[in-house]
Design a protein around this ligand. Structure first.
Ligand SMILES: NC(=O)c1ccc[n+]([C@@H]2O[C@H](COP(=O)([O-])OP(=O)(O)OC[C@H]3O[C@@H](n4cnc5c(N)ncnc54)[C@H](OP(=O)(O)O)[C@@H]3O)[C@@H](O)[C@H]2O)c1
Length: 276
């Protein structure tokens, strides 16, 4: 298996460093630390998710760790991502704090949350976190092609992933193609548009015709576009619904109709509006 290959069960992708990342991940942005987050993560693990996406900035790593321990699912069977909060200085020290909060010996993936202060300064620290075993893979988030190239020019260990806002409405074709060429896996965040894309008429029509839900159609589009996809929900039935995306296929015509919803003109940028 080489970088970019999908595993035989169709559920994971091989990263450039040889590690495997489950294609479906569970996002916990805006899920408050405590009971609500623990329930959501437990339901996700019960529903078959084996990939949890948290961040230092989300303030809920402790709940993610507690839910994982209480779930009965083996640590080694779950892929955990956290993100370096780039307003801090030292990725190694912050990784160690994350590990304490999560109650694990390592995370599977540690990524720079956004390129605050430029795309390269934090990478040395990310590589050190990797070398020390705090993270099995390292990567970035919210990086444009230009920022990725700046980083690749100086990196000893290249980033394995770039996590960006991605959906049919944000079909960043330029960014996706460039990432694939550079063997950087793209992770789709906000694949449902933080809920906003679920009411779209074109998505709804496809869903009705296939006997699926709008969320499932949006997530399936991501999988068929070679993306790792990270939906979030705090409702058990939605968490389960969002995991039922490996038992149907969107036809080429439906993929093309969804592609046409793009509002970024196939951008190679990671964001139209930056918060940093
Ligand atoms: N790296 C970054 O900078 C970055 C930025 C944004 C997001 N992310 C990651 O990506 C994950 C997902 O993105 P997101 O949180 O923006 O949201 P999203 O997954 O695009 O959408 C979540 C929203 O849709 C609703 N929803 C989910 N499934 C549904 C369903 N089946 N039917 C109806 N409504 C449904 C949820 O409501 P309920 O929760 O009430 O069910 C929530 O309001 C985040 O949690 C985070 O892990 C990363």
């Amino acid at each position: 298996m080489t970088a970019g290959d999908v595993t035989a069960d169709g559920r994971a992708r091989v990263l450039v460093d040889g590690n495997e990342i489950p294609l479906l991940g569970f996002g916990v942005w805006q899920v408050r630390d405590g009971r609500g987050c623990e329930d959501a993560v437990r339901w996700a693990l019960q529903a078959g998710y084996r990939h949890i996406d948290t961040a230092q900035a989300y303030g809920n790593e402790e709940s993610v760790g507690r839910a994982l321990r209480d779930s009965g699912v083996r640590r080694d069977d779950v892929f955990i991502t956290t993100k370096f909060y780039p307003r801090r200085k030292d990725p190694v020290a912050q990784a160690q704090r994350s590990l304490q909060r999560l109650g694990v010996d390592f995370v599977d993936l540690y990524i720079i949350h956004w390129p605050a202060g430029g795309p390269t300064w934090a990478w040395d620290g990310m590589q050190r976190a990797h070398e020390r075993g705090h993270a099995r893979s390292i990567g970035v988030s919210n990086y444009s092609v230009a920022e990725l190239d700046e980083l690749l020019a100086v990196a000893d260990t290249p980033p394995a992933v770039n996590q960006v806002q991605f959906s049919p409405f944000e079909y960043r074709r330029g960014l996706l193609d460039a990432c694939e060429e550079r063997q950087v896996a793209v992770e789709a965040y906000s694949p449902l548009g933080t809920g906003r894309h679920l009411g779209d008429r074109a998505v709804g029509e496809i869903a009705d015709r296939l006997g699926r839900t709008p969320a499932q159609v949006l997530l399936r589009w991501c999988l068929q576009r070679n993306l790792v996809v990270l939906p979030k929900s705090t409702h058990q039935e939605r968490i389960e619904e969002n995991a039922q995306v490996f038992d149907f296929t969107l036809a080429d015509e439906d993929m093309a109709a969804l592609d046409a919803l793009d509002r970024t003109a196939g951008s190679d940028q990671a964001r139209e509006r930056k918060w940093w």
